[in-house]
Design a protein around this ligand. Structure first.
Ligand SMILES: Cc1cc2nc3c(=O)[nH]c(=O)nc-3n(C[C@H](O)[C@H](O)[C@H](O)COP(=O)(O)OP(=O)(O)OC[C@H]3O[C@@H](n4cnc5c(N)ncnc54)[C@H](O)[C@@H]3O)c2cc1C
Ligand SMILES: NC(=O)c1ccc[n+]([C@@H]2O[C@H](COP(=O)([O-])OP(=O)(O)OC[C@H]3O[C@@H](n4cnc5c(N)ncnc54)[C@H](O)[C@@H]3O)[C@@H](O)[C@H]2O)c1
Length: 464
């Protein structure tokens, strides 16, 4: 058995830990799939590389309100898909080759599981002989995977998930999407923009049900104008006709049945901890399968750390990256531990419209009993909104402040560029800047979209 100073399991954000400062460490990195993990290979990056062409297609199809004559004449899907994955696969290959050629690092292509405290057995991906390794420190950076709800016939229908739907050979004529969260709403926009007839099924009473209610309502209204949205609809049975081109029939409680040519399940993800044989290692998991960590990303077992989707209630890439920086620092500075800051984690939904959000929703703030000032500022009342000429869309910037502290507690935007426009609000919250003075204490470029935020802040100041 080879003993290391450090073993990292998973090369998503886990791969960012080992840099030149670990030159004197003996390190093993274990990866069972493509280097770069979910974000690079089947998550953030390919999905956003598809969203951009989808935005272009949507603009071409719908520029009449801007007095422009244009139309969407089709997409070269194989070319687009190959461009996207040609790039990401190349980067994944580079990452793999770099680690395999690196002195002081043993890069093991295989699946790791625990067989004892800080001791792992690795089954090589090529089917070779298993090896046992141990280390002073082990980092669990094993991410998460899509879940298939337990619905009769669903697994047998062999639906796509986000793992494979972006690499399909040809666009289906009709696509069913189960789930109205991040993945469902981003990919519904992609496929609908490319001319696919999308039916999206969501058991809640709105899409993006976890967002602030006003944001979810605006998003759901606009999405429903573009594709068939079935809300409060529970999937009860799936039947797939025989043959490779067999139609798929979705039986729904609360809605009429639906027939499609392909099905995407986007009903959430679960951490991969259940595949690590953690029993008997002292590494605790919670009721959702998340590895339990403290504020320094330490698990309940000595010398074992966890990060990202394996341990986070906010399974987002910027969180996984920040967790990895904390683990990295703490490995290097055991007597000066750094603390993870998960107070103001922002998120964006890269659909159309976009959503950008940070902090409490209005419902959450009211549950906490805060003395709340609330502003709903419409894009349509700014110069950028006039240029958009989409006054009925309802694009808005909603801000929430606590009157007792004068601080922002939540910011939620739905509309063009929302993912970028939320950034000054994230900054204000992160640095504890009071609402008073935020708008007038700096210049805001005229007539940039940021005036939406400036005007919302001015209105909020008036409410305090
Ligand atoms: C379609 C989609 C779009 C997304 N878009 C965004 C976005 O726009 N913005 C955003 O912030 N987040 C986005 N996310 C979420 C983001 O991708 C994840 O939060 C992030 O990638 C998690 O990183 P990680 O390092 O924790 O895990 P991962 O990137 O999943 O890495 C885990 C790695 O561990 C390996 N592994 C697992 N078990 C073992 C084992 N036993 N042995 C060896 N190797 C193992 C896996 O093969 C994998 O490579 C998206 C997710 C999806 C699915
Ligand atoms: N832009 C981004 O940052 C981004 C993009 C994609 C994914 N992600 C991450 O990936 C995670 C997983 O995304 P996701 O969209 O799979 O999950 P999600 O939790 O965002 O949404 C899943 C949705 O599916 C619905 N659902 C579950 N079972 C259902 C059923 N049987 N019938 C009908 N509806 C059902 C749920 O009510 C929920 O609205 C997200 O939580 C997010 O952290 C982030």
């Amino acid at each position: 058995m080879t003993h290391y100073d450090l073993i990292v399991i998973g090369t998503g954000s886990g791969n960012t830990i080992v840099d030149e400062r670990f030159a004197s460490w003996r390190v093993a990195i274990v990866e069972r799939g493509l280097y770069g993990g979910t974000c690079l290979n089947r998550g953030c990056i390919p999905s956003k590389m598809l969203v951009l062409p989808a935005d272009a297609a949507q603009r071409a199809a719908r520029a009449g309100h801007l007095d422009v004559h244009s139309s969407f004449d089709g997409v070269d899907w194989p070319a687009l898909r190959d461009r996207v994955f040609g790039r990401t696969d190349h980067v994944a290959g580079q990452g793999h080759d770099y680690r395999h050629g690196q002195d002081g690092v043993d890069a093991l292509d295989g699946t790791a599981r625990f067989v004892g405290p800080r001791t792992l057995r690795v089954a090589p991906t090529d089917g070779g002989e298993e090896v046992e390794i141990s280390a002073d420190h082990v980092v669990i950076a094993t991410g998460s995977r899509p879940v298939l709800p337990d619905v009769p016939g669903l697994a047998e229908a062999e639906p796509y998930t986000s793992d494979d739907v972006m690499r399909i050979d040809a666009l289906p004529r009709r696509l069913g999407i189960v789930g109205g969260g991040y993945v469902g709403c981003e990919l519904a926009h992609v496929f609908a923009s490319f001319g696919v007839e999308v039916v999206q099924v969501e058991s809640a009473d709105s899409l993006l049900d976890n967002q602030d209610e006003d944001v979810a309502r605006v998003f759901t209204d606009l999405a429903s104008q573009r594709w068939d949205v079935r809300l409060e609809a529970r999937l009860t049975k799936v039947v797939r006709d025989e043959g490779p081109d067999g139609e798929i029939h979705l039986h729904l409680e609360g809605s009429d049945p639906v027939t499609v040519d392909a099905l995407l399940v986007a009903a959430g993800r679960r951490p991969n901890s259940d595949l690590l044989d953690l029993d008997g290692t002292g590494i605790e998991v919670d009721d959702q399968g998340l590895v339990v960590v403290d504020e320094h990303q330490r698990t309940t077992a000595e010398g074992v750390w966890a990060l990202g989707d394996a341990s986070s209630r906010q399974p987002l890439k910027h969180v996984a990256n920040q967790d990895a920086r904390v683990v990295q620092h703490n490995l290097l500075h055991p007597h000066d531990l750094m603390t993870s800051d998960h107070r103001f984690v922002p998120a964006a939904v890269f659909s159309s419209p976009q959503v950008g959000t940070v902090g409490l929703t209005e419902e959450q703030a009211r549950e906490q009993g805060l003395d709340l000032a609330v502003v709903r500022h419409q894009y349509a009342s700014t110069a950028y909104g006039w240029a958009l000429n989409d006054d009925d869309a309802g694009f808005l910037c909603k801000l929430l402040a606590d009157r007792s502290t004068g601080l922002l507690v939540g910011a939620h935007l739905v509309g063009p560029q929302a993912a970028s426009l939320v950034q000054p609000l994230i900054q204000a919250m992160s640095f504890g800047q009071p609402v008073k003075g935020l708008a007038r204490g700096q210049y805001w470029i005229h007539p940039a979209p940021t005036e939406v935020v400036e005007n919302a802040l001015i209105a909020l100041e008036g409410e305090l």
